[in-house]
Design a protein around this ligand. Sequence first.
Ligand SMILES: C[S@@+](CC[C@H](N)C(=O)[O-])C[C@H]1O[C@@H](n2cnc3c(N)ncnc32)[C@H](O)[C@@H]1O
Length: 369
Amino acid sequence: MTINDENIIRQPVGGPPTGKTSLDMEGLSWILFGHAAFQYLNAASELGLYELLEASPGLTQPEIAAELGLAERASSILLLGTTALGTLEVEDGHYRLSQVIADLIKTPDWQRFKDTVAFEQYIVYEGQLDFADSLRTNTNVGLRRIRGTGSDLYHRFSQNPHMESVFYRYMRSWSELANQQLIEKLDWSHTRRLLDCGGGDAVNSIALAKANENLEATVLEIPATVGITESKIAEAGLSDRISVRPVDIHTEEFPSGYDTILFAHQLVIWTPEENTQLLRKAYEALPEGGMVVIFNSMSNDAGDGPVVAALDSVYFASLPAEGGMIYPWATHEECLQKAGFTSCERIPFSGWTPHGAIVAVKQGTNGQS
Ligand SMILES: C[S@@+](CC[C@H](N)C(=O)[O-])C[C@H]1O[C@@H](n2cnc3c(N)ncnc32)[C@H](O)[C@@H]1O
């Protein structure tokens, strides 16, 4: 039998395995070449391929090459990959966005997605080369690839200005992909004074203050980041309600006078022991009835996903600090319990990122909050 095109069973572009279906050779090859798949996404993102096809659907390869200023061979490679991976569709030589990109590009989340791509490319990618060594030694070996002397990634950003701007653009976007649910799914009606521990450029304090007119916030940040935080607060016109304090949250006590303490994308960085210590300081600083909120990605207690939580954990193992991963919900709950909180509530979020929140209230001595 001769093999011609009709005999070949064409697989629809499937995508990588999810852990819920058994892995076949196609799935295994997605993993094998996963780094290359990402490079197609990054190149298309940097070159503006998706925006071009959003504006001019149906362009041909020579037209795309001319618009992007690419040589014939280069455009063939780019279109081969972006089409084979399912981000584009081609019919009779005319290229269009696939549905998922066409839908996303119309929304504000498109820029947030692109900011995440840039973070993976310019910060995560190289450090992940040390993943196996980081597992062997149970520490973040990849930090050796980041210029500077700080003890963790955050204390090296000021020595790497491009990385610093890529990181804070991404961090704002990553928070914004989920913080609308943080605002809507939690009860902030009792919050008057919020302490935002390691609050970055104040993205979450700003969103919460805009949604709750009686809420005031203080962001605790490392000294090198305070300027970035102050300028974002001023840009939002909230300098009268949000302030920043240069504080090392590990070595200094938390200030009192706050009824709510937020850890946003903070307890994924450190070990469970360090997290317990931070939560204990929060417990001590809060009044009875005060609330602590943990907001970040979570993995399943069963340890089998979601896939994004698993993949994101490679970064936390390799780069930012000695400990950290996308912990299971139960790990955060154990830390809360060891810190003194007697009960807490899980609030899973919807969406493609594995975000969620855990809320715990400091009980009074008679068990009342
Ligand atoms: C992953 S970012 C999260 C930023 C912000 N909370 C958000 O969700 O967008 C972690 C932040 O914690 C800050 N940070 C790290 N170590 C810290 C420390 N020892 N004391 C205070 N802030 C710290 C970093 O500078 C960084 O801005």
